[in-house]
Design a protein around this ligand. Structure first.
Ligand code: SF4
Ligand code: SF4
Length: 335
């Protein structure tokens, strides 16, 4: 059932119609798997509302069903693993190693959305080496290269640990030329504004992180804060929700709408439900098909060429240069 969480702006679907856009899902290339809401952090803006006390965690039967569907799939290219902190799921290493074993014409790309500090938690001493062994791409959040800003959004001490983790990953070859061990960073604004140019910010990050700490990385992804969950509550507390929604609506860019990530991605929750993206998952807006769990579909291909369920938070994906789990969705010329 579609939920109207933000009813005071022009419905997203009307905007899509007004621009004559056809935004059905195409082929599915990315399977995004949320392994649970448990996390060692509890960041202010977290759309999952993850934290150390969350108990929702993907079990082995669900993981095995995903592996079965991946084995059959002819179109999936990437498995994007997220959470919470997915590494805290006791079956994380099993899942990664089993994906790695799947025999495909082109090996599947595996992404770990890593919060960096997890690498220093008890029991995670070997995780960084494990990720290197299985050549897992790492996408890591670092909303600023200043300690004050990172700690204010992600918690005290997070910046120093994140820097230590990035140095560790560089030592293992991540982010270094010629290793093909990918280390991408994620920036999201520290408040109710849109991200700046991804290209320009990437240059600044590369310069500053190299100068200050000797850190190297591959790409920077800029992601817009979605007006849902913790960030929504923050906007409400600050009485800035309407202002922020107006900004997102006024910044609607039809070119970004063509490239929204749900057009080639499907998201799976810790309990095996299917969603158009991780944001819809957190809002409990299921895909529009009746068969909306891992156990009721026969193959992932059934989800291709289907309608996507939109709501007003979708303006967060189409504002300015666009926003997705891989950053802006149109070519960014800087400036
Ligand atoms: S590290 Fe990520 S998943 Fe964990 S609380 Fe922060 S934003 Fe949420
Ligand atoms: S919020 Fe999800 S469903 Fe909406 S446009 Fe973004 S990716 Fe698509």
């Amino acid at each position: 059932m579609k939920k109207n969480i933000l009813p005071f702006v022009l419905p997203f679907e009307d905007t899509v119609k007004n621009h004559n856009l056809n935004l059905k899902r195409k082929q599915i290339k990315i399977l995004q798997v949320n392994m649970g809401k448990l996390c060692n952090q509890a960041c202010h803006h977290c759309h999952v509302e993850a934290g150390p006390k969350r108990t929702e965690i993907m079990d082995l039967a669900t993981i095995d069903r995903i592996l079965q569907l991946l084995k059959q799939s002819q179109t999936i290219e990437t498995v994007d693993i997220t959470g919470g902190a997915p590494e805290l799921n006791p079956n994380f290493k099993y899942f990664v190693s089993e994906i790695h074993k799947l025999e495909k014409k082109t090996p599947l790309t595996i992404i770990d959305r890593c919060n960096l500090t997890i690498l220093f938690e008890k029991g995670q001493e070997e995780t960084a080496k494990f990720l290197r062994e299985y050549r897992v791409n790492i996408v890591a959040s670092l909303p600023c290269y200043s300690k004050e800003n990172v700690d204010s959004q992600r918690g005290n001490g997070v910046f120093d640990k994140s820097i230590r983790a990035l140095l560790l990953l560089n030592t293992l070859g991540y982010g270094k030329d010629g290793t093909s061990l990918t280390l991408d960073l994620v920036y999201n604004p520290l408040g109710a504004f849109l991200p700046p140019s991804q290209k320009t910010l990437e240059k600044d990050y590369k310069k500053e992180l190299k100068k200050l700490f000797g850190i190297e990385f591959n790409r920077l992804f800029t992601i817009t804060n979605m007006p849902i969950k913790r960030f929504l509550k923050q906007l409400e507390r600050e009485a800035r929700l309407q202002e922020y929604m107006n900004l997102l609506v006024q910044s609607f860019n039809p070119k970004t709408a063509e490239n929204i990530m749900c057009r080639d991605l499907v998201s799976i929750s810790w309990d095996g439900q299917l969603y158009d993206c991780d944001f819809n998952q957190m809002l409990e807006i299921p895909i529009h098909l009746k068969k909306n769990t891992l156990w009721t579909i026969e193959s992932l291909e059934e989800l291709a060429r289907q309608n996507i369920v939109f709501a007003e938070h979708c303006y967060g994906c189409t504002a300015g240069n666009g926003s997705s789990c891989s950053g802006s969705t149109i070519k960014d010329n800087g400036g």
